[in-house]
Each structure stands twice: as structure tokens, then as C-alpha cells.
Design a protein around this ligand. Structure first.
Ligand code: DAH
Length: 437
């Protein structure tokens, strides 16, 4: 990307840390989790995001994300739990090693956070698959914070938590016997449960098995994946199990992921709605080959913890997970899922900003949202683009965004919101050369 969008994105670092800055205002290096890294023209990580890296909510006692992690870990008691891998990965590890094509949109600087062109914040826990398989783990669960540039609303946050699970078997007769035994055990358990499963064929024309796999092996492994995850859905959403009146409905849908085939998504019918819960599939052999375990065959899944926790705890806004307010934190105890009691809803304060974008500096919606997050932090509830047009004569683009400021913890005064809005406007002018209308 040629745009000089980072020109002024680090003024606070320069002042506070007195590190040498390049001519355009970007610091020449950044300290992240105790190490210093050089920046370059793709650097787009903001101070607001950097501040999240050490927090590791999924390991905080009594935090809903930690409780959900431990619940899933106890559902898979013989899987090795991992939860302390660094969020800094190479794009190679995040994408290439997992067979993502070179033009995959996730690689764009508008979608992901880069420290420099060789180092980024992982966008998913799958980034660690090769490394964990290479260590020799056959069944494992990995929980971590992941980062994606995104819009702002009640269910999107640029940092969230995922859990990756995987299991591999020896790709020989003995390995397949183990799969069959496990499948029989899991099937017997599900037969006793109050669950209704809508399935798709494990393999189809649009969701093929891998050419290098024995089709019988691939089928057994896909069955093991589905049986294992149906059991997990019962643990998470089955309530009191058999005493639940209506059966838990789970459906399997064909999906596509670059690093699995066949691939599936799982949806659960919960409180009147179908909810997307996870992505999964039979691991591409290329991944296992890279990890030096080419004699294995197996499955993997990835799920978003916030999404599930919001449902199970009735947490209405994703920002709440980051709250340090005692009225939030004191509601939870370890190992127990309880219903969140909203303590109050403070009034919204809407502020609009209309501007002409600069002709030569691209302003992606995610750039706009990162400016807002960096200035306003969690005081912003959502951002909505309410108008966009191109002037027919000058070809200039005009945008109007409505920012909804609302604190989760207190009443925000109009003056305070005006002050924050003024800072947002300043940053937009400095960083993106916009002209306020
Ligand atoms: N990494 C995927 C995502 O973030 C989720 C996923 C899909 C993980 C399929 C997997 C998998 O392990 O097999 O959307």
C-alpha cells in the first residue's frame, strides 16, 4: 500500500518514549511485550491495540472467557491445553503455511494489524497449527487473543479470543481402528442425549476429500470430528442434558477454509435462532507435512469465545469483556456460567462527522474505526456510515459517519463527547488529510 496513512499515527509514542522517529512521524521501532521491533511502511498497529496485548483475558480468574475456556478444556480432558503463545507471528505462519492464496483479502493492511511487513498480530489461532503439530501434540486445545481490523458495533471488537482444537491419528490400520473405537464410544454417548443433528455428507462434489487420503480414512476422521463437536455443543448449549424439554438442534453446513477439506461450519439453534458457532474440517495434508507429521491424518476446529460467552452469559455488548468495573467483574465466579445482570444503561451521545476525503490518501472504513478507537477507546459503542457520495463534477468523495458515544460505566457529558469528537476530527485531518464539511 502506497498511502502515507501512518504518517502521524504514533505521535504519543514519540513524545512518551522519546524514541527516534522517522521523518514522517512514525517511530523507527516499537516495544512490544518487552522486545523492540522495527517499523516500516506497512506498520498500522495503534497504541490502543498495543495496550491490549498483555491483558490476556482468557487467563484471568473468574473472567467469563476464562471460564468458557476451562469448560471446553474439561470437555476434552485428554487434550493438551495451551494458552500462552505470543500474538506476534509472521504473515507466513498466519497465512502461507496454511495454504492461504497470495491474494487472500485477510492479508490486506486494511484487514490485519502489521508491526512491519514480516511481523503481524495473528488473525486466528490456526496460525499455530503447524508449530503445535510439529511439537508432537496429537490432541490439543489452544486459546489465544486474535486481532482483526473491523467496524465498531456491539459484536465486533478488534481483539477477540479464539480456541483452536485439533486431533490427529496415525494414518494406518491401527490409527483407523482407534478412530473407529472412539467413534463408537462418542456415538453411544450421543444416542443417549437429547440432541437432533442435521448433517450433510462428510464429502461431496463441492467439499471433497483430499486426493492423498484414503477415502475410508478421510470419512472416519470426518465422522470423528463431527461426533466430537456434537458432544461439545451438548456441553455448551445442552443445558441440563436429558431433562431439557426440546432437543438441542445442531446443524452441519458445508464450508470452505484454505487449510481444511472437507470443511464444515456448525450452527446451533438456541433461544429461537440459528447461531454460527465454529469452523472445522479435515486438516490439509500440506499442513501436516510442513509440521513433519505426514504419517498422520486429522481434524481441527476454531471457535470464537466472545460470541459463545455473549450467548451463554447474556452479555449484550462485546466491550464489556474488557471492563474493569467491579459491577461487571464481581458478577462472575470461576467454573460457573451465570446470567449477566446489566447494572445500568447510560445515555447515548451521537456525534456526526462529515468530510471530503483527500484525493491521494485512501481512507478505509477500518482506518476510520481505528482512529475512533484509538482516541475514544471503549467510550464508543458503534460507528455507522450514514452517507457517502461522489461529487459529479470534482469526483471528490464525501463521507458522513455517526459515532455513538456511550460509556458502559458512567454518564458521559456532552462536553466530554465534544472534546473526544474534536480529537477524532483532528486525527482525521492530520492522518488522512480530510476536509471537514
Ligand atoms: N481459523 C478459522 C477462522 O478464524 C476458523 C477455523 C476453521 C479453524 C476451520 C479451524 C478449521 O481449525 O479447521 O475463521
Amino acid at each position: 500500500m502506497q498511502r502515507p496513512r501512518l504518517a502521524l499515527s504514533f505521535p504519543r509514542f514519540c513524545v512518551r518514549r522519546r524514541i527516534s522517529a522517522l521523518a514522517n512521524g512514525r517511530p523507527s521501532s516499537l516495544e512490544i511485550l518487552g522486545e523492540r521491533y522495527p517499523t516500516d511502511e506497512v506498520t498500522n498497529i495503534t497504541p490502543a491495540i498495543l495496550a491490549k496485548l498483555p491483558l490476556r483475558l482468557h487467563t484471568r480468574p473468574a473472567h467469563p472467557l476464562n471460564t468458557l475456556r476451562t469448560l471446553i478444556e474439561s470437555h476434552f480432558p485428554d487434550f493438551t491445553p495451551l494458552s500462552s503463545l505470543s500474538p506476534l507471528v509472521t504473515p507466513f505462519k498466519n497465512f502461507d503455511e496454511l495454504s492461504f492464496p497470495p491474494d487472500h483479502p485477510g492479508r490486506a493492511v486494511t484487514d490485519s494489524y502489521y508491526i512491519n511487513k514480516n511481523l503481524m498480530l495473528r488473525t486466528h489461532t490456526s496460525a499455530h497449527e503447524v508449530e503445535v503439530f510439529r511439537r508432537g501434540a496429537d490432541k490439543w486445545l489452544l486459546t489465544a487473543d486474535v486481532y482483526r481490523r473491523d467496524e465498531i458495533d456491539g459484536s465486533h471488537y478488534p481483539v477477540f479470543h479464539q480456541m483452536e482444537g485439533a486431533r490427529i491419528f496415525a494414518a494406518d490400520a491401527a490409527g483407523m481402528r482407534a478412530v473407529e473405537e472412539d467413534n463408537a464410544r462418542l456415538r453411544a454417548r450421543l444416542a443417549e442425549a437429547n440432541i437432533e443433528i442435521e448433517d450433510v455428507p462428510h464429502v461431496s462434489g463441492t467439499n471433497p476429500a483430499q486426493a492423498t487420503h484414503d477415502p475410508v480414512h478421510a470419512e472416519l476422521v470426518a465422522q470423528n470430528l463431527k461426533l466430537s463437536l456434537n458432544g461439545l455443543m451438548l456441553t455448551l448449549f445442552g443445558g441440563a442434558g436429558a431433562s431439557r424439554e426440546a432437543p438441542l438442534r445442531v446443524r452441519w453446513i458445508e464450508a470452505y477454509f484454505p487449510f481444511t477439506t472437507p470443511s464444515f461450519e456448525v450452527e446451533v439453534f438456541f433461544r429461537g435462532k440459528w447461531l454460527e458457532i465454529l469452523g472445522s474440517g479435515v486438516v490439509r495434508q500440506a499442513t501436516l507435512d510442513t509440521a513433519n507429521v505426514s504419517n498422520k491424518i486429522g481434524w481441527a476446529f476454531g471457535l470464537g469465545l466472545e460470541r459463545i460467552a455473549m450467548i451463554l452469559y447474556s452479555i449484550p455488548d462485546i466491550r464489556l469483556f474488557w471492563s474493569t468495573d467491579e459491577r461487571f467483574l464481581s458478577q462472575f465466579t470461576d467454573k460457573k456460567i451465570t446470567t449477566f445482570q446489566p447494572y445500568s444503561k447510560y445515555p447515548s451521545c451521537f456525534k456526526d462527522v462529515s468530510f471530503w476525503t483527500a484525493q491521494d490518501i485512501a481512507l478505509h472504513e477500518n482506518d476510520f474505526c481505528d482512529v475512533v478507537r484509538d482516541v475514544a477507546g471503549d467510550l464508543v459503542e458503534d460507528v455507522l456510515k450514514i452517507d457517502s457520495f461522489v461529487h459529479p463534477k470534482t469526483s471528490r468523495t464525501s463521507l458522513c459517519y455517526r459515532i455513538n458515544y456511550r460509556s458502559m460505566d458512567r454518564s458521559l457529558s456532552n462536553e466530554e463527547a465534544n472534546e473526544i469528537q474534536a480529537q477524532v476530527v483532528d486525527r482525521l485531518k492530520q492522518q488522512f488529510g480530510v476536509e471537514i464539511r
